[in-house]
Design a protein around this ligand. Structure first.
Ligand code: FAD
Length: 500
């Protein structure tokens, strides 16, 4: 008997809905099943979400999207990392780069050699050993080049883009591959009486849309996963106290930088994301420690161009749904949880949810072990990202506001406590399973915010110090010369993917 899923209903047409529609329409070939997406223009989308991490290239490759066309269509720019200002202490600045620091020497990670040299007061700045950290402030960018052993061959990058334009682009892509779009508001959800699975959604017009598998991309409201199935939410406000955001685009002040900026504020932080046609800005803050008017005033008084729209105000609760897949509903996007955009991970979590769903794609009998696996993988992924985000707040020395005093002194999840203890003694960092953030990322934030280990890997002492110093000087020299040879970011865009 053919037990295949006959129809997928996607509720929601924000970035999550259209990314899901596009990927499923590409993968489910030969009219495997019908896909219908329901969205309501009256409700609208979150409308922010502009910075990404390098993994998004894999998603675009899966869809077969030409990268230059994607950048052009979304007014996109390239991103080599994130600059963090005032996070460790007021006046501090560091970059969390994509890519690596230095080069691995034998089997001991590079940073241990740097730690030894730093103790000997030889090389003070880890940042100088990252091509991305050197290139970004100089406004330089190029894609990786095929030059063996050169740092130019190891460039890792992501994009900054207009997520609204991306959703429109993916809508065209999906509709061309047979996805049916229905405009309107879902007013009721009908469940099967025997097992509580969703049977159909009912539109305000009275039309009923039936399906076998429902993807909840309805945003924070979680129309199916929460409002209907009451799945439950695990809140993380005690570790991630920011719960509001105010966002506003402004005119560009100059050529777009190839990096995102995050500036710590009195009760949160502010993003700055340069696109081709404008700069995206937003202030993420905690309502326990400031009020909306002060937060908006902080945002508007620090723009570097004329605002281009009214301030968009958002509220959220950091945390995750207790199950990401419940019965025949898979929550993807904001309906599944929200960490906050400090490391631009939400769009990645959408992509990762889609990829896990494809890997565990069900038949109509919905096997519970598949669902359990999906939930287990999703929870472990989002919790490891959560720990990395908490690190930014905890690893501060700021004591100038109540917010930072709270963050500096808060207790941590045990998983993060263990990781920090390991680092603080001998600088050891590790990546477990398929965790998103690598040792480079942890190191960038820890060192960038002034947390240095007491010592380094003992095996480093097997190497001659003078030779090591010469070697590290050589690495710096190669990075500097490589950056000098790169075009500017603006030149690169102009040549390959200007939106016109
Ligand atoms: P939404 O955009 O809210 O879309 C929900 C959809 O559901 C809409 O189409 C709506 O019409 C529809 N809908 C809801 N209810 C109904 C109904 N009853 N009937 C019919 N349709 C309905 N991510 C990043 O990766 N990088 C960033 O830099 C970044 N910055 C962010 C900053 C902030 C302040 C916030 C809040 C988020 C940010 N994100 C970022 C996250 C990113 O914006 C979201 O992950 C992404 O936009 C996906 O949203 P979504 O599609 O899940 O939800």
């Amino acid at each position: 008997m053919d037990n295949r899923i006959r129809k997928i209903v996607i509720v929601g047409g924000g970035t999550a809905g259209w990314m899901t529609a596009a990927a499923l329409s590409k993968v489910l070939i030969n009219n495997y099943c019908e896909i219908e997406l329901v969205e309501s223009e009256a409700i609208g989308t979150v409308g922010v979400g502009e910075a990404t991490i390098p993994q998004i290239s894999r998603f675009n490759t899966l869809l077969g999207i030409d990268e230059n066309e994607f950048v052009r269509e979304t007014q996109g720019t390239f991103k080599l990392g994130i600059e963090f200002r005032d996070w460790g202490q007021l006046g501090d600045s560091y970059i969390h780069p994509f890519g690596v620091f230095g080069v691995p020497i034998e089997s001991v990670p590079f940073h241990h050699y740097w730690l030894k040299m730093r103790q000997a007061e030889k090389f003070s700045r880890l940042q100088d050993f990252s091509l991305a950290c050197v290139a970004a402030p100089k406004g330089k960018f190029t894609r990786p080049m095929n030059i063996p052993k050169s740092p130019l061959s190891q460039i890792a990058y992501a994009f900054q883009f207009d997520a609204g334009l991306y959703a429109k682009y993916l809508r065209r892509y999906s509709e061309a591959r047979g996805v049916k779009r229905t405009e309107g508001k879902v007013s009721q959800v009908h469940q099967r009486s025997d097992d509580g699975f969703i049977a159909s959604v009912e539109m305000e017009s009275g039309e009923r849309i039936e399906g076998d598998l429902f993807i909840d991309c309805s945003g924070f409201r979680g129309l199916l996963i929460e409002q209907t199935l009451k799945t439950g939410y695990e809140e993380w406000t005690h570790w991630l106290p920011c719960d509001r955001a105010a966002a506003v685009p402004c005119m560009s002040a100059g050529p777009p930088e190839p990096y995102t900026r995050s500036t710590a504020r009195d009760a949160g932080w502010q993003w700055r994301i340069p696109l081709q046609h404008r700069t995206g800005n937003g202030h993420v803050y905690s309502s326990q420690f400031t009020d909306d008017d002060t937060a908006i005033e902080t945002l508007l008084s620090s723009l570097d161009g004329e605002p281009l729209a009214d301030v968009n105000k958002l509220r959220f609760v950091t945390g995750r749904r207790k199950q990401f897949w419940n019965k025949n509903v898979v929550a993807i996007g904001l309906s599944s949880g929200f960490i906050e955009p400090l490391e631009s991970t939400s769009i990645h979590l959408i992509q990762s949810g889609i990829s896990k769903l494809i890997g565990l794609f069900p038949s109509r009998d919905f096997q519970q072990p598949d669902i359990d696996k999906y939930n287990q993988q999703s929870i472990s992924e989002i919790e490891s990202i959560r720990d990395f985000i908490i690190l930014h707040y905890k690893a501060t020395q700021r004591d100038d506001t109540e917010f930072w005093n709270y963050c500096r002194t808060m207790s941590l999840p045990s998983s993060l406590d263990e990781r920090l203890a390991l680092y603080k003694s001998n600088g050891r960092l590790y990546r477990e399973g398929d965790e998103l953030f690598s040792e480079t990322s942890w190191l960038a934030v820890l060192v960038g915010q002034g947390i240095l280990p007491a010592s380094y890997h003992p095996l480093v002492d097997a190497y001659d110090s003078d030779g090591m110093e010469r070697y590290l000087s050589g690495v710096l020299d190669v990075i500097d010369r490589s950056v000098d040879s790169m075009p500017t970011h603006a030149e690169f865009i102009q040549k390959h993917c200007a939106a016109g």
